[in-house]
Design a protein around this ligand. Structure first.
Ligand SMILES: [Zn+2]
Length: 272
């Protein structure tokens, strides 16, 4: 009953709070990686983005002080689009699919890198407080924190997107573990785990050998970082990931139910 009401509310919100055409077009223009997505997907993305903007608060983490940041409607749309792209291909109505983001309500945007708020536990169980400022953070059951200059730096098709990265961590957390294996049907887990493990191990060998890598070497930090970074590349520079790790690319394609090269949603095939 509750979810029925929630869906009704969401359906109403889609018309009541529809994103104005000029604002939508301006946001699409800002994010050229969406250019080749077909019209069906773009329309679906607009609806998901609308729901995201209705349900999440996207506010400034620096409203006063020396360095302030005012969050504009355009900034909110650009953030929401890149978050929602992760849910775009998923089976179900937009009112169902947006539920994958039900674990948090707030996105906080900073005028630059910010001090890390969460401790980091190393492989020996020792807890460290990192001093280095960071560009993004995704709390389990809490907000997503973003540095605005780094969000802006990802507008081109370089294969980097801080927003996709942090919200990919949100999907990874949905099954209660941050391990690079997002929530998915049981029978898909093994093939996905095998593919990401093989790709990650190969990637680490290249990074350890100080070789130039097509993917940001930060991805070698941990398999969950490899997952988040490869999601950025999957959407923004898919050919690159497909050439580098075809099996892992195929698993991501199934997980997202989306062909980012063709810009189309994958269809569920009933026949085996
Ligand atoms: Zn990360």
């Amino acid at each position: 009953m509750f979810s029925w009401l929630k869906n009704k509310r969401r359906e109403r919100a889609l018309t009541q709070y529809a994103i104005p055409d000029d604002e939508w077009q301006r946001a699409l223009h800002t994010l050229p990686f969406l250019d080749h997505f077909d019209l069906v997907l773009v329309a679906r993305l607009r609806e998901l983005t609308t729901l995201f903007l209705v349900e999440k608060s996207i506010t400034s983490g620096a409203e006063e002080g020396e360095y302030t940041l005012a969050v504009t409607p355009h900034m909110r749309i650009v953030i929401a689009i890149q978050a929602c792209v992760l849910l775009l291909g998923k089976e179900g109505t937009v009112t169902d699919v947006i539920e994958d983001f039900a674990t948090f309500e707030n996105v906080i945007v900073y005028p630059g890198d910010f001090p890390q708020t969460q401790d980091f536990e190393d492989e020996f169980g020792v807890v460290h407080q990192l001093d280095e400022p960071i560009a993004g953070e995704s709390w389990e059951g809490g907000p997503v924190l973003l540095s605005w200059p780094v969000v802006e730096a990802g507008y081109d098709e370089s294969g980097m997107s801080l927003v996709i990265h942090e919200f990919a961590h949100k999907l990874d957390m949905l099954n209660g573990e941050i391990d690079g294996i997002p929530l998915m049907p049981q029978e898909r887990i093994e093939p996905f785990r095998n593919a990401i493990t093989a790709a990650y191990e190969d990637f680490c060998i290249h990074v350890d050998a100080n070789e130039d890598t097509a993917i940001d070497p930060y991805a070698a930090q941990a398999v969950e970082e490899f997952f988040a970074v490869s999601c950025e590349v999957f959407f923004e520079a898919p050919e690159l990931l497909r050439l580098e790790y075809p099996e892992y690319f195929a698993q991501l394609r199934l997980f997202f139910m989306l062909d980012p090269v063709a810009g189309t949603q994958l269809r569920v095939c009933a026949a085996s």
